[in-house]
Design a protein around this ligand. Structure first.
Ligand code: E4P
Length: 218
């Protein structure tokens, strides 16, 4: 399973990259605003900075909600860097835009997906990635992981190429369960990646190994 980090924070992206397990980055307008990145040119410049930090896809989201606007914005984003994947919302004009970009060979990530039907549409429109938001479904007492299972089954039935990008991952159990189900990618905060390191028996074991070494070599 590929690991993407869901942030626009350059330090966190660098930390995940330095760990050697990062495969890409996802951003959204809220994450850009959280980092204080505002204004069209600053936003575009920030995407380039992110692309220069990682080897892998970097999702950059359009703001337009009409077909023409999404095409114009998406083409501009795609020209910024070869790593850019244009992030398109799951709305009617978004489906048309997915199809358009697919015919032009521009990679897309269909975002704000909350149902299997939406994921099926995204695949039929040729999306490169589909982003079901599992954490936000959990927030409204609906099992987000069940949606990943459903989409995996549907995509396997028809051998769709669209990669399932489990998004809105909140913690390590989401990551592990997504890996069990067979999501192609997960995107989450840095803590959902570094949290996988933690086990108290590892810490206790290492402490004992080092203490025993010290005893034997003093
Ligand atoms: C996905 O691409 C989104 O940016 C993201 O995963 C949303 O996560 P959230 O629900 O934690 O905001």
């Amino acid at each position: 399973m590929k690991f993407f980090i869901d942030t626009a924070n350059l330090d966190q992206i660098k930390e995940a990259q330095d760990l050697g397990v990062l495969d890409g980055v996802t951003t959204n307008p809220s994450l850009m605003a959280k980092e204080g990145i505002t204004g069209e040119q600053n936003i575009l410049d920030h995407y380039v900075k992110i692309c220069n930090l990682v080897e892998g896809p970097v999702s950059a989201e359009v703001i337009s909600t009409d077909f023409e606007g999404m095409v114009k914005e998406g083409e501009r984003l795609a020209e910024l860097h070869e790593n850019i994947v244009v992030k398109i919302p799951m709305i009617k004009d978004g489906v048309k835009a997915l199809k358009y970009f697919s015919s032009k060979g521009i990679r897309t990530n269909c975002t704000l997906v909350f149902s299997a039907g939406q994921a099926l549409l995204a695949a039929k429109a040729g999306a490169s990635f589909v982003s079901p938001f599992i954490g936000r479904l959990d927030d409204v007492s609906t099992d987000g992981l069940e949606l990943i299972e459903q989409i995996r089954l549907i995509y396997d039935n028809y051998m769709y190429d669209t990669e399932i990008l489990a998004a809105s991952v909140r913690h390590t159990m989401h990551v592990i369960k997504c890996a069990e189900i067979g999501a192609d990618v997960m995107t989450g905060p840095l803590s959902s990646i570094t949290g996988l390191l933690n086990h108290p028996l590892t810490d206790i074991g290492l402490e004992k190994f080092l203490a025993d070494y010290k005893k034997g070599n003093s």
